[in-house]
Design a protein around this ligand. Structure first.
Ligand code: ACO
Length: 351
């Protein structure tokens, strides 16, 4: 029976550092409020007109390939997770393929839209293809460019201060080592509260889910429905979030899905060298750490430097934690995510 190992990993964060003090020049907020509520001190923003979600993803992919000596031509499948794609369509998978110069090979490229859980969803998809022997070198990229689409007025402050840009990538390969690689993955979703954390406009919904009146659709039979004047004028083209509802659900689902992974693989929290949660909010991670009775050494956080980079946060954190010596070959690492949808997921990996 084949297992899937994480053979290589890489990340990319834009050069531009934006501190809480920088944001205070744009909106009514404070360093104290942001740090107290989220732990975030600074984040990175991509350079307009020079960087995109797919180019950042390709940069992370190059580092991942270099780290394990795989050439772009050896990649046989690309999976790309993002909630902030360059285009509505086509997806970022084909754009990353083009940026990496491997379009001629005509390998498949799959886009995944599972927000903060996107990386672990991608990991499970890749795991299935590797275990069946279909692919031998899967490139999984998770990348987000959120800063271009945030509301930097006081009106959007509850969301804008939390998010940052960045990308991570891994190369997944088969191994016959029974005790190495992805031991188990668990994916979940519940669409009941889909809009609680969402960016619904522009979209094709035309008011179906929430009532059409509030969006200002023109009275014509066809067309003209993705973006309306009212959406522009009334700041309806930005992400929205009920922060307290997200917090409550996150601190329930993170521990649940981590326990699920440990139980399935026959381990306990004591066996885990490091838990790498999606970097949603430092307060959420601290709450989860307390509930699971993990030591500080067992929990990884880097949201202080990067903000919430959604799908990219886990692979970025995996790279940095490795560079910092927080885990090494042979260690058991648990990845966990919760986010918009709601979706949540976990993966237990032996490096
Ligand atoms: N700066 C200053 N004041 C702010 C800001 C800001 N950036 N944002 C909101 N406020 C104000 C509000 O306007 C409100 O003012 P009011 O009392 O005068 O009306 C006050 O702060 C409290 O607002 P709440 O929304 O009730 O703030 P809360 O204490 O719930 O904190 C937060 C908000 C940090 C979002 C919190 O709910 C939280 O941690 N939620 C978890 C959600 C999260 O972290 N999401 C991240 C992305 S989701 C994911 O990745 C899974």
């Amino acid at each position: 029976m084949l297992r899937t190992k994480i053979a290589g990993m890489g990340y990319y964060v834009p050069e531009k550092v934006v501190t809480n003090f920088d944001l205070m020049k744009l909106m009514d907020t404070s360093d104290e409020w942001i740090q107290e509520r989220s732990g975030i001190i600074e984040r990175r923003y991509a350079k307009k007109h020079e960087e995109t979600t797919s180019t950042m993803g390709a940069a992370a992919a190059r580092m991942a390939m270099d780290s394990c000596g795989v050439n772009p031509e050896e990649i046989d499948f690309i999976i790309f997770a993002t909630l902030s794609p360059d285009y509505f369509f086509p997806g970022c998978g084909v754009l990353a393929q083009r940026a990496l110069g491997i379009s001629k090979k005509e390998i498949p490229a799959l886009d995944i839209r599972n927000q903060c859980s996107g990386f672990i969803y991608g990991l499970e998809v890749a795991d299935q293809f590797i275990k069946t022997g279909k692919y031998k070198n899967i490139l999984l990229i998770a990348s987000e460019l959120q800063s271009h689409g945030l509301d930097f007025t006081t009106r959007g402050r509850n969301v804008s201060v939390l998010f940052g840009d960045g990308a991570g990538a891994v190369i997944l390969q088969p191994t016959e080592d029974e005790d190495k690689g992805i031991l188990t993955t668990h994916l979940h979703s519940d669409g009941t509260e889909a809009e609680v954390l969402s960016l619904i406009n522009p979209g094709s919904h035309c008011g179906y889910h929430l009532g059409k009146e509030q969006f200002g659709y023109p009275d014509i039979e066809y067309g003209g429905a993705f973006v309306t004047d009212k959406m522009f004028n009334e700041h309806m083209l930005f992400p929205q979030m009920d922060g307290q509802a997200v917090f409550k659900k996150a601190v329930t689902k993170f521990p649940e899905v981590i326990h699920e992974a440990l139980k399935t693989a026959g381990y306990s929290t004591q066996d885990v060298k490091l838990v790498i949660p999606h970097q949603a909010n430092l307060r959420i991670s601290q709450f989860v750490q307390r509930l699971l009775r993990l030591t500080d050494d067992q929990m990884y956080n880097n949201i202080q430097k990067y903000g919430n980079t959604t799908a990219a946060s886990i692979p970025i954190a995996m790279c940095e934690a490795k560079q910092e010596g927080r885990y090494a070959e042979g260690d058991l690492v648990c990845l966990a995510a919760f986010g918009s949808g709601f979706t949540w997921a976990s993966a237990l990996v032996r490096f």
